[in-house]
Design a protein around this ligand. Structure first.
Ligand SMILES: *Cc1c(COP(=O)(O)O)cnc(C)c1O
Length: 345
């Protein structure tokens, strides 16, 4: 099996951890794993003095938590919608009846930042919701520009960095981000099931709302003081997470990102050679979205028959290949060759 979807191919040594016995959660041993994981996550995203809430939930669970505990405190949200993940912010705000305004960004385009600033100035929101990388299109947004606009207009910045964490540069402190979200099955390259909510030190004293029992920030933060989660965590995933983080901290963020980037650039050169158009204006390192010329209707299933997973893109002939996880140049050569063979059948 070869995986070019999330989380990608995982090393045997990390995979095996999920099959091993795991500690009881209410022990000092497990508390140490939680505390150590929190310390390493804060280091990797550069959020000194911040906190990390661990949820046994997929990334959308953490997005939901942000809206119920934090965004609902605010009068008006401003949302960047450049694809399906942007619209997820919108549907969460609608679901919880938070007043919101959407700034639509065309498929795979970058934001027009001057226009954005005008829209923010006119809308006068108090919280800004966006993705760093809109995973449905491969487009990476410029957080430095977004951050500057939020600072100038005094808007709290919340970033879904689920698919950019550890694949593109992200410094939470420098960018003045109040809340960031990531999850286990993307850049951390372990199984899905855990998500992480980073709170900047600036907002830790906030009187968060209590509208979601399981996701309650205050209850989770209280338990975190002793390295615990209020309810049963996905313990074996925590063991994989801890092992992964220890390796990541030794490698360092720059090396991790450089490695993802090298795979992305290699594959994009193969796309160029094959005439597969890459629509993203500023592509993230995380995935490559591209158009094949024909046979898009059979490509996904034909690769599946060969035990290869790529992501369908929701648009005819458009596909996405993830660059997270174990992936060699030979693997990518082989993948491109197989796609080409199916394309010209
Ligand atoms: C993967 C992803 C999510 C979360 O999806 P889940 O299926 O709930 O884990 C949210 N936002 C972005 C940008 C993503 O890439």
């Amino acid at each position: 099996m070869k995986s070019y979807v999330f989380p990608g191919n995982i090393e045997e040594r990390i995979l095996r951890i999920a099959g091993e016995p795991f500690p009881y959660m209410r022990t000092a041993l497990f508390s140490e794993i939680v505390k150590d994981s929190e310390r390493m996550l804060l280091e990797l995203i550069h959020c000194p003095g911040g906190r990390v809430i661990f949820y046994t939930a997929s990334g959308t669970g953490a997005m939901d938590a942000v809206v119920t505990n934090y965004v609902s405190l605010k009068k008006k949200a401003f949302i960047i919608a450049g694809g399906s993940f942007g619209y997820r912010w919108k549907s969460l705000c609608e679901y919880y009846q938070v007043q919101n305004e959407v700034f639509e960004v065309p498929f795979a385009r970058d934001i027009d930042y001057a226009q954005l600033e005008n829209a923010v100035a006119a809308s006068r929101p108090d919280v800004f919701l966006c993705q760093h990388h809109e995973t449905s299109t491969g487009q990476l947004f410029d957080l430095k520009k977004i951050s500057a606009i939020c600072r100038k207009h005094n808007v709290s910045l919340v970033v879904d960095a689920i698919s950019s964490f550890l694949s593109d540069d992200l410094d939470m402190e420098e960018l003045n981000i109040d809340i960031c979200i990531t999850s286990s099955q993307k850049g951390l390259n372990i199984a899905p099931g855990l998500s992480f909510l980073f709170l900047s030190p600036r907002i830790l004293q906030t009187d968060f709302l209590h509208k979601s029992y399981y996701f309650d920030f205050a209850e989770n933060l209280k338990n975190l003081e002793r390295g615990q989660t209020p309810y049963s965590p996905a313990t074996s995933l925590f063991m994989q997470l801890h092992a992964r983080l220890k390796e990541n901290v030794v490698l360092g963020v720059d090396k991790i990102i450089a490695s993802v980037r090298a795979k992305a650039l290699y594959f994009r050169e193969l796309c160029r050679q094959n005439g597969w158009e890459i629509p993203a204006e500023v592509p993230s390192n995380c995935i490559t979205g591209f158009f094949v010329r024909q046979n898009g209707d059979i490509l996904f299933n034909e690769l599946l028959k060969q035990d290869i997973f790529i992501m369908p893109g929701g648009t005819p002939c458009y596909f996405r290949v993830s660059h997270l996880g174990v992936q060699s140049e030979e693997d990518l050569d082989d993948l491109a060759m197989r796609i080409k063979e199916i394309e010209y059948r």
